[in-house]
Design a protein around this ligand. Structure first.
Ligand SMILES: NC(=O)c1ccc[n+]([C@@H]2O[C@H](COP(=O)([O-])OP(=O)(O)OC[C@H]3O[C@@H](n4cnc5c(N)ncnc54)[C@H](OP(=O)(O)O)[C@@H]3O)[C@@H](O)[C@H]2O)c1
Length: 193
């Protein structure tokens, strides 16, 4: 069992528009099963969603559940809304406990982390993501919800002068697979460990 992401990301690093609309919606070619989503769905009987993203969808999903046949886990510190029990939705309060909970559910396959960004970052931090799949969408949003916490710095002549040289390099992640789509989007899947 592998825990993997399949997040749609604008070329400038945003997972959602400033108003919260997912970045996927920036491309008119996005639709049911597009951009490798059918393949991920087929391989992932489990799904993990952050509470913010879950609440965004729940109002609609309560009457039109889109995840029939899949086990949904919600990362949250709060009780789930009533009605979620009919779909077997399970809360995960401790991100480090996700794998154990998934294994107890006895799923035959992988688990897709739908997002949002803070859920992906949290799970990466505790080493719970095996494959980091990012679908780069050929759009520049300029602003929005970034996938990674971006802390920009401007060039400083003082810092440059004081720099000891090349910093310790981060580990390079092995590229597991790549997929170029007709609309210019590119899916990159990296193994994190
Ligand atoms: N581009 C894409 O593929 C994609 C996919 C999905 C979502 N999105 C977008 O992402 C945005 C929402 O993302 P987000 O990052 O703000 O929220 P999120 O990841 O969906 O949910 C955040 C919530 O998850 C829970 N959580 C996070 N870390 C936790 C931890 N360490 N322990 C326990 N619970 C934890 C918390 O819930 P509690 O408050 O209950 O503690 C937190 O408020 C939306 O705009 C959505 O459209 C984009």
């Amino acid at each position: 069992m592998q825990i993997r992401t399949h997040v749609g990301l604008s070329l400038d690093g945003f997972a959602a528009f400033a108003d919260g609309l997912p970045a996927w919606d920036a491309v008119p070619t996005f639709g049911e099963g597009s951009h490798g989503i059918d393949e991920v769905t087929e391989q992932c009987p489990g799904l993990v969603i952050g509470r913010t993203s879950f609440d965004q969808g729940w109002e609609h999903w309560v009457s039109h559940w889109p995840y029939d046949g899949r086990k949904v886990f919600v990362l949250t510190t709060r009780p789930l809304p009533s009605g979620t029990e009919q779909y077997g939705v399970e809360a995960v309060a401790d991100p480090a406990d996700l794998r154990r909970q998934v294994e107890s559910a006895g799923l035959a396959g992988d688990v897709q982390v739908l997002g949002g960004p803070s859920t992906i970052r949290t799970l990466l931090d505790v080493g719970e993501i095996d494959l980091l799949g990012v679908c780069i969408l050929p759009v520049l949003l300029g602003t929005g919800v970034p996938l990674f916490a971006i802390e920009p710095v401007g060039f400083s002549a003082e810092r440059w002068a004081a720099s000891p040289g090349r910093p310790e390099l981060p580990a390079m992640l092995p590229l597991e697979s790549q997929w170029l789509f007709a609309d210019g989007s590119v899916l990159l899947v990296y193994r994190t460990s």
